[in-house]
Design a protein around this ligand. Sequence first.
Ligand SMILES: [Fe+2]
Length: 171
Amino acid sequence: MNASTTTIMSPSLGDENVNTGLNKDAREQIAGHLSEILSDTYMLVIKTHIYHWNVVGPMFHAVHEMTEQQYEDLFKAADVIAERIRALGFRAPLSDHSGPSETVVSRAAKAESAHEMVHDLIDGHEAAIRKMRKAAELAEKHDDFVSHDMLVGRMTFHEQVVWMLRSLVTE
Ligand SMILES: [Fe+2]
């Protein structure tokens, strides 16, 4: 591979010529927040899938069905978030210690009872919502309405999921 091919295949962070009225510093900060949110979203895809497979007991059907809808939405959302990072002129992270690695998978599988699984998922979704709220505030401050709008959509999903999961484990 010659040098120019290497450059095309592996552009450095932020070297893309984006001229949409958002300055580079703002785009970089927002892309950084979105990269963390992408990792969280993938971690939730894995965790939700593992619980979908392994849940047992009287809550089996409810948790199994609910988690299927959730990991499907989360998986599609990861694509939307990664593509927003690209539209901001940055590379979607290709390797990241907090990404979908073996470590995350083994950490993800620690809950054993259906109750513990649901509570673990609630914690994960709430942590993601808190990060998204900060990122949405930042995006709005820099007039990045597209990222803000996407994040509001994601928060709407996660807040609804938290409500549903909590309703499952509330007597
Ligand atoms: Fe399944």
